[in-house]
Write a protein that binds this ligand. Sequence first.
Ligand SMILES: [Zn+2]
Length: 247
Amino acid sequence: MKITPLGIWGAYPPANGATSAFLIEEEGFRCLVDCGSGVLSNLQTHISLHELDALVITHYHPDHIADVGVLQHGVMIETLLNKRSRPLQVYAHANDEDHFSKLQDKYMNATAVSPRQTETIGPWHVDFCETDHPVYCLALKFTNKHNASVTFTADTAWTPELLPFIKGSELLISEASTYHHMIDQIPGHLSGRQAGQLAAETDVERLLLTHLPNYGNPNDLVAEAEDVFSGEVALADPAQSYFVEKG
Ligand SMILES: [Zn+2]
């Protein structure tokens, strides 16, 4: 499983940056997790639009869906030009019917997902867990046929519900939206230290921090996480890809 960060910033992108998105690839299947501001441009530095098979959306905040409309335009144009012969498969929760209904059109097939059901998306089984966030939001766990898995917290405050969900993952990709001394000012999110606690309490091997704040020094988030977690910690780096394998 190859995972490439396409956008690592929360709320809004800095100059030449992008908000939330990761590209996951395995066995030739390509899936986008969230599609924030600036993501469509970054995606095309890795693959052509017609090569994208699926999109999974964690929740409907703008920093996770800002580029969905232009992705729809891109898929439509590529289909009309016969570069693309199949609809884009989109997976998202339907608790917000207004947002969910906009994902279904002639060029995109939308499937409603929930924590009650595992979805098969390309080569993975994908599980969902409700987080603690001001709008309904789902953490995601992708597991491949070798039983290797990666969990994305999506956006969340600290909640023990996530612990059994994350357990067993090789890699945890956690939001770290703020610094621990500011956690009461930024509700609905995790600090670097809390992301480290999630990793420590679930025995994952590696922790990547994402959904980073546009203020302060994000390297301090790594130091916060390292205070409580002895595994590998890094900021998600769009210049790199990360590989998840069993053992
Ligand atoms: Zn959010």
